[in-house]
Each structure stands twice: as C-alpha cells, then as structure tokens.
Design a protein around this ligand. Structure first.
Ligand SMILES: Nc1nc2c(ncn2[C@@H]2O[C@H](COP(=O)(O)OP(=O)(O)O)[C@@H](O)[C@H]2O)c(=O)[nH]1
Ligand SMILES: [Mg+2]
Length: 404
C-alpha cells in the first residue's frame, strides 16, 4: 500500500492533488487542518493511500459499483476499494469510517492500514526505549544543551532514571534545530507539569458542609496549615469555616488552636474520640467548610494508628489530605504515604517548601503514588504562606527557577 501526504490551501485542492497523483481509487485516510500558533489555519493536509493489490472476486462487496469519481458514498470499484467522493470530503471521511467497519473489502483495507499504523507506533515506542537505554549507558554522550536541565533536575533530587526519562522526552519533543535554553526550559516545565497530578483548593459541597481532614506525622505543620486555610477563607469572606481538633495530646497544641479560634472568631470543637465526632459535626453543620485537625501519629505505635483510622472513619470526610514536609528524606516520604494511605488519603499537602532547595518530591512522590497535590505551604506566616497547587508553578519549583 502506498501512503502519501498532500498539502494545499483548501480541501478541494488537496483532493485534486490526490486524484491527479494516485487516481480516483485513492482512499482518504485523514484530513487535517494544521493551525499556527495564533490558531490560524495553515491550509489542509490530506493523507491518502492507494493499494494496487487486486482482491479476489469474493472479497468484493455487493455494494453498487461506480466508476465516476463523484459516485455515491459507499460505492466500490472492482477491486473493492471505496471510491472517493471528491465533492464533499467531510462527508466522505465519515462514510469511510462507517463503511470501513461494515464492509468486507474496505474493512480489510482499513484494517491493513491500521496494522501499518500500529506497527509504526511500535517502531516509535522502540526508538524511544532505545533512546532511553542508550542514554542510560552513555550519560556522557548526552548533548551539551541538555546538561544544564539534567543538572537542575539532579539538584532537585530526582533519580537518574527519572532524569533520563525526561531528557529522552525532551529530545523527542524538541528538534535539534530548536534547542535554545529557553525553549528547552519551557519544554521541560511542560513535561513535568503534565506529569504532576494536582487537585487544588478546598472541597465545596452544595447544601451541606464539606469536610476536609488533615493527617500526617508530628510537626509537619498540620495545625498551622488548618489555621492558614481557615484564615484565607475568612478573609475571602464567601464561605464560613469551622474547625474540629483532636490534637489534645501534645503540650500546648489545643491552647494554640483555641487562641487562634478566639482571635479570628472561628468556631472550634474539641473531640476526644470517634464517639464524639457525629455530635460535633452536627453542631457545625451550618458552616460551608469544616476543617478537621488530627494529632500526629508515630509509625511505631500501631495502637495510635488504629485510633486515627477509627477517627477518620467516624468523621467520614470528603477529602483526606496527607500533610508532608518537603524537608523530609525521600524514603521517609514514601513510607509515610504507605502508612497513611489506608486511612483514605486522597490528596498530598506539602509544607516547608521554603526550607529546602530539593523540591523533586513535588514531582516524583505525586507521579509515583498518583496522589494529587492540593496545597503547598511556603512559610510560617498565617494565613499568607500557602498556595493552591498549580502544576506550572510546581514544575518551575522542581526545575529550581523560582528564587526562594
Ligand atoms: N518554615 C516553615 N515552617 C512551617 C510551615 N508550616 C508549619 N511550620 C512550622 O512547623 C512547626 C510545627 O507546626 P504545627 O502546625 O504545630 O505542626 P503539626 O504537629 O503537624 O500540627 C511550627 O513551628 C510551624 O510554624 C512551613 O510551610 N514552613
Ligand atoms: Mg498539630
């Protein structure tokens, strides 16, 4: 089968080119209208195929045969190839899809073409894999223009395997003639951003309170973050917020939250166990958002973990955010996810972004665990130092572009 591409200003002109070159037996595979950066059309590109294989008579469908290039859609020549309806290609391409699935002759053709496309796809996949493998074996052979991006990713704490994967993706997406520093940086940011799952903001539920629970290890900033989110919503003034706290174990924790609630006039409920939860939720149900703070739990104390699990189940929150500090070692981060995930964690909220330059975890932990980032806390100030997760900003941080 011969497959060729034709470019022209209009569809009609492109089709005439197809017809002149391949003849009326050509099968149109694709009509594409490329657009420039401003979204303006850059003409039409038609992909057409011609198969000179003559089909045995039994493979020819019984549809009416026509020799006229403008014969009805669905007409076939004696070789079972669908005729192109030159006048109305949009319609024709629809018919082609439809008939391709239903008729023996054309179905076979389309299937063959699909196999060819599939084979090409596989080739591309092999090439990508080969590219990645060759990079793994010869890091020194990496083109100079990629070295600084690779170094930036290394500084962020990404593993060599991930760096090579991203660089290979970059090599594929940026042609050699277009590898300026700014172009590569923008492309890297785009690749990273597309791989970081994000689910920014607070939950909102129509007609009832949304319940957002924060859990995680001690000292990561759960209570501070609750105060930031509550303060932020209060300042915005479009939602009412209440807080439930269970952090009654650590010295001063409850007093701190109490004084924040008093100063901001935010309603606060203290809960001592799963049995009190429903009552508290009931008392606060007139609020739009209920933030639930929990006490940090040691991974070595199974009893504490079981208690927390029972508490989360009793709250029945809309969202469970695992709060993790970015200045934690990679292995510990992963272990925390494994430890807390069974409690229904469905978001990661990072804190202490301001305390480290190694921000690779924003990328690798979320892409590896498939848990989206909700917020990132960037300092101690309440309520200023918190941001909703924005994929582009997160990607920039991983690349180390933003001055800290
Ligand atoms: N630098 C920095 N410190 C933070 C951040 N978030 C919280 N903290 C500090 O971390 C310490 C522990 O915070 P706390 O909210 O009590 O942690 P919790 O035990 O998880 O509730 C406090 O000194 C906070 O001011 C942050 O984003 N950046
Ligand atoms: Mg706390």
């Amino acid at each position: 089968m011969k497959i060729k591409k034709y470019q022209a200003k209009t569809t009609r002109e492109a089709l005439l080119l197809v017809k002149a070159d391949l003849g009326p037996e050509a099968v149109i595979l694709k009509i594409h209208e490329p657009k420039n950066l401003l979204g303006k059309s850059e003409g039409v590109e038609v992909t057409a195929a011609l198969d000179e294989t003559v089909l045995p008579p039994e493979a020819i469908p019984s549809a009416e045969m026509g020799s006229d290039p403008v014969s009805a859609p669905g007409a076939y020549d004696r070789r079972g190839v669908q005729k192109v309806q030159w006048r109305n290609i949009d319609e024709e391409s629809k018919v082609l899809d439809h008939n391709g699935r239903n008729s023996v002759g054309l179905g076979g053709k389309v299937e063959k073409t699909m196999h060819e496309v599939q084979a090409l796809r596989q080739d591309v996949h092999h090439l990508r894999d080969e590219l990645k493998t060759s990079m793994k074996t010869s890091q020194a052979g990496m083109p100079a223009e990629f070295q600084s991006i690779a170094k930036g990713l290394e500084r962020a704490g990404l593993t060599q395997a991930v760096i090579q994967d991203i660089i290979a993706e970059l090599m594929i997406s940026c042609p050699p003639e277009d590898r300026s520093g700014s172009r590569l940086l923008a492309a890297s940011r785009r690749i990273l951003a597309s791989r970081i799952p994000a689910s920014p903001g607070i939950p909102i539920r129509k007609g009832r309170s949304a319940v957002m629970l924060l859990l995680g290890p001690t000292g990561v900033g759960k209570s501070t973050t609750i105060a930031k989110i509550a303060g932020r919503e209060m300042l915005r003034g479009n939602r009412t917020v209440a807080i439930i706290t269970t952090d009654c174990y650590r010295m001063g924790a409850l007093e701190q939250m109490q004084s924040f609630a008093n100063a901001t006039n935010i309603e606060l409920e203290t809960v001592f166990g799963p049995d009190d939860v429903q009552e508290s939720l009931e008392r606060l149900k007139h609020h739009d958002l209920i933030l639930v703070d929990t006490a940090g739990r040691s991974r070595n104390n199974q009893e504490h973990l079981d208690e927390l699990k029972a508490f989360v189940a009793a709250v029945h929150p809309d969202e469970v955010h695992l709060v993790l500090s970015l200045n934690t070692r990679d292995r510990d981060l992963l272990e925390m996810v494994e430890l807390f995930r069974p409690m229904g964690v469905n978001r990661i909220l990072f804190t202490k972004q301001d305390e480290t330059f190694e921000l690779g975890a924003l990328y690798w932990l979320t892409s590896q665990t498939k848990l989206p980032v909700s917020f990132v806390a960037t300092g101690q100030r309440i309520p200023d130092d918190i941001q909703e997760a924005d994929r582009d900003i997160l990607a920039s941080w991983v690349l180390g572009e933003v001055a800290l």
